[in-house]
Design a protein around this ligand. Structure first.
Ligand code: HEM
Length: 327
């Protein structure tokens, strides 16, 4: 967390400057670049910003295509996965051969030198896949950013409050209001609507008997929007998270899995990284020098994974008003 947060701040500032200077990347595309570059540096990977942005786009496409079997996107995601697996394998091999020297504690260092129970280094390909498991999900947070753009567009009063908070704190990272907004986006966005699993042993769940090998599906969105657990559950209201210090205490808040602890339950180990990255995006998109445009914010709920269609169009505030509406 301590190493990633400043990298995320730096990268969001770069995207903000780009929008102010006339750039027209969507919130989603900008976030893919931010999380890709920040995540790759955090993980100890080499490469120019441009090369890291290109790989980040491939990793984002893998997430985009996986839920649509037999579609062109699915084929594309298989090709991008093959390319990425080979690339990550080469990074591991280069580290082992001494051509790369990532700092201790980075993901590249950890996976390149990780030994299994027999004290043997992992096959380079497998180590490369594990390395990607530390960066690709961070890039997937860009989907939440697209939903955040939509919600911010619809709530100018929250944008103003968050902009004031960011100005006062002088940082895009970890503002309490931006974080509350990010949490409400995670609660309501239908990005990961369900999580399926097989029961390893026979269990009883809420009075239902599930035999070993039986199917269990966690209704992520249904739990996050459950009337019995949340007040006015259907309403998007970040206020409900203001002043909540320990979100892990909320049993019905399962956007990235649940359970009491990461080690002992089914909680995503990257949850805090996702929150930091998303809250920084919320602070960036609330800056009064940029505007989120209203077109293309509809969400196709028949697609998985989904997001607002345009990814959230963002423009410099002046340009948004001046420009021809057809562009
Ligand atoms: C984009 C939003 C994300 C969602 C919806 C999400 C969701 C999940 C879920 C549900 C699990 C399974 C937990 C379990 O069954 O035990 C998981 C595991 C995992 N997540 Fe995330 N995650 C996200 C972001 C991240 C981030 C930002 C990282 C790290 C940078 C990350 C790294 C991982 C890893 C490494 C695992 C595997 C843990 C293990 O098998 O021991 N995820 N994630």
């Amino acid at each position: 967390m301590a190493r990633l947060a400043p990298l995320i701040e730096e990268q969001w500032r770069t995207e903000l400057a780009d929008w102010i200077a006339g750039g027209d990347r969507s919130a989603y595309d900008a976030a893919v670049g931010v999380f890709g570059r920040a995540g790759m540096r955090w993980a100890g990977l080499p490469g120019t910003a441009a090369a890291q942005t290109r790989w980040a786009a491939r990793l984002a496409q893998i997430v985009d295509g996986f839920g649509a079997p037999y579609s062109p996107e699915f084929v594309m995601s298989a090709l991008n996965r093959a390319w990425s697996d080979r690339h990550a394998q080469k990074l591991v091999e280069a580290t082992r051969a001494g051509r790369l020297d990532p700092a201790e504690g980075t993901a590249l260092h950890a996976w390149a030198w990780h030994r299994d129970e027999q004290d043997v280094l992992l096959p380079a390909r497998l180590a490369g896949i594990e390395l990607q498991n530390c960066i690709r999900p961070l890039i997937a947070v860009a989907r939440f950013v697209a939903f955040a753009a939509k919600e911010l567009h619809d709530r100018p009063e929250w944008r103003a409050r968050i902009a004031a908070e960011t100005a006062e704190r002088g940082s895009l990272v970890s503002g309490p209001l931006a974080t509350a907004f990010a949490q409400e986006v995670r609660r309501t966005a239908p990005f990961v609507p369900v999580l399926p699993a097989w029961a390893l042993e026979g269990i009883e769940l809420d009075g239902e008997r599930v035999p070993a090998g039986g199917r269990v599906v966690l209704d992520v969105l249904g739990t996050n929007l459950d009337d019995g657990s949340w007040e006015r559950a259907e309403l998007f209201d970040p206020e409900r998270f203001v002043g909540i210090d320990d979100y892990e205490e909320l049993a019905a808040f399962v956007p990235q899995g649940g359970g009491a602890t990461v080690a002992g339950g089914h909680r995503c180990p990257g949850e805090k990284l996702a929150i930091v990255g998303l809250a920084a995006a919320v602070a960036t998109l609330s800056d009064e020098r940029v505007a989120v445009l209203g077109r293309g914010l509809e969400v196709n709920r028949r697609r998985l994974p989904t997001k607002p269609a345009s990814g959230g169009r963002v423009r410099g505030a002046g340009a948004a008003a001046d420009r021809c509406p057809m562009h």
